[in-house]
Design a protein around this ligand. Structure first.
Ligand code: ZN
Length: 431
């Protein structure tokens, strides 16, 4: 045994050396680089973001020295919603086409051969559609040789995923500059919203015991969003009654108000009881269903956040599974994946979980993990105990005069089903 181990150790070292050598040599010998100056300008009156990128491609690839080769094409990512795409150098347009089998990648053909130690500069321009009063778009850049400038009229309220920019106001616009040297690896979302008049859309959901009026407050230019929201609410509420086993439990009508990310404190939305639901303008169906579900979770007098949020996301899954099965499936898969990914670093027993006032960088992963773990628990409970047990206990909880704590919850759920639910409770209790 000992001998075999030694042999493996030797082979291991040998392979390691080869890999190390190969990678260090390729860094010296096989290099091209790209410098980008990108500008994203929100043009309100055209309802577009105009994107312009001056790209300098440098050939330092020693494999092409001594006239053995050259570069003449360039593959580049452009977002799905890019339109009016054009590319040109100082003299003329560049030809380009979409790369086969690779969505969003384009092949641009240089107007010259770029030999060893030469460089070539060209420009790509395109537009991204935005709404009348809100501009929501992504900045997708790579590496650390990129300067990004984002220009937004000053009447907009602007939020971005990253804040390592410098800011300057020029006439009627604010210019955000991300200097060369910063690293670009993740997409940076930009969300800019202009103050507008509020419009109102009304509808009615015909529920078991009453008709509930639904009012959607929305911004000028967001009619389509408002219609989707109203229709989703009307479609969702009867399904929630069926799934939970409880008629709409509140004695008030429902108001849903379109909101900025400051108003939602970084969350996708929030259910403020009688004062209605506020919903982030970039969110839609899934978050709305989640917030509507809270009318039922609140009626059940839960004392713990994981019960409240876990049920809201379980109902969201079950509602979507009836109305939009593909979305239900992909959201469920995403939640399970994120749970597994975050677990090694961010795990905690759900009995300790609290939700911060606002969702921000410092608490984002832990908060997100709490939601995912609560969902995983409730989904497993739904599979093991069944919907009937959930409906039976809902009735019991909603009739209770005081809060439902963990002991009471566990006791009721176990008596509602014959199965052992210890696997679920392991997620709740401290080890
Ligand atoms: Zn919630």
């Amino acid at each position: 045994m000992q001998k075999i181990k030694k042999q493996f150790a030797f082979i291991g070292t040998f392979i390691f050396l080869i890999i190390f050598f190969a990678s260090s040599s390729s860094a010296d010998w096989n290099q091209t680089s790209t410098e980008v100056n990108a500008s994203y300008e929100v043009i309100s009156e055209d309802m577009t973001v105009h994107v312009s990128k001056v790209i300098t491609f440098k050939n330092n690839d020693a494999n092409t020295r001594y006239w053995r080769g050259y570069y003449s094409t360039f593959n580049y990512y452009l977002p799905d919603d890019a339109k009016n795409i054009c590319a040109y150098d100082n003299d003329r347009d560049l030809n380009f086409h979409k790369l086969d089998r690779m969505d969003h990648y384009y092949v641009l053909k240089f107007n010259t051969k770029v030999w060893y130690e030469e460089s070539y500069t060209f420009t790509i321009e395109y537009d991204i559609d935005i709404h009348k009063n809100c501009a929501n778009f992504c900045v997708n850049e790579h590496g650390n040789e990129t300067q990004v400038t984002i220009i937004i009229p000053d009447e907009y309220e602007t939020f971005m995923d990253r804040n390592d920019y410098s800011m300057e106001t020029i006439s009627d616009a604010v210019v955000y500059t991300f200097d060369h040297g910063l690293v670009w690896s993740n997409t940076c979302r930009v969300d800019a919203v202009k103050n507008t008049d509020i419009h109102v859309l009304k509808g009615t959901a015909n529920l078991k015991e009453k008709n509930v009026d639904i009012t959607v407050n929305y911004w000028d230019g967001e009619e389509e969003w408002a219609n989707d929201i109203l229709n989703t609410a009307i479609e969702t509420l009867p399904v929630l009654e069926d799934l939970s086993g409880l008629s709409y439990p509140m004695d008030y009508n429902i108001t849903i108000t379109e909101a900025t990310i400051t108003e939602t404190s970084g969350y996708g939305g929030s259910n403020n009881g009688k004062n209605g639901i506020i919903l982030l303008h970039t969110e839609g169906r899934a978050i709305l269903v989640h917030e509507l579900s809270h009318y039922w979770t609140r009626a059940c007098n839960f004392e713990n956040i994981w019960m409240d949020e876990g049920y809201a996301d379980l109902y969201t899954y079950l509602v979507l599974n009836q109305t939009h099965p593909d979305e239900a499936y992909s959201r469920k898969e995403l939640f399970f994946d994120q749970y597994e990914t975050l677990k090694p670093i961010h795990d905690f027993p759900l009995s300790n979980w609290t939700v911060p006032e606002s969702f921000e960088d410092g608490n984002a992963l832990e908060t997100s993990y709490g939601y995912k773990k609560s969902f995983v628990l409730m989904y497993n409970l739904y599979e093991d105990a069944g919907l009937e047990a959930i409906q039976k206990t809902n009735l019991e909880f909603s009739n209770s005069n005081d809060g439902i704590d963990i002991d009471e919850y566990v006791k009721s759920m176990e008596s509602a089903t014959d199965k052992s639910l210890n696997k679920e409770w392991e997620l709740v209790m401290p080890v």
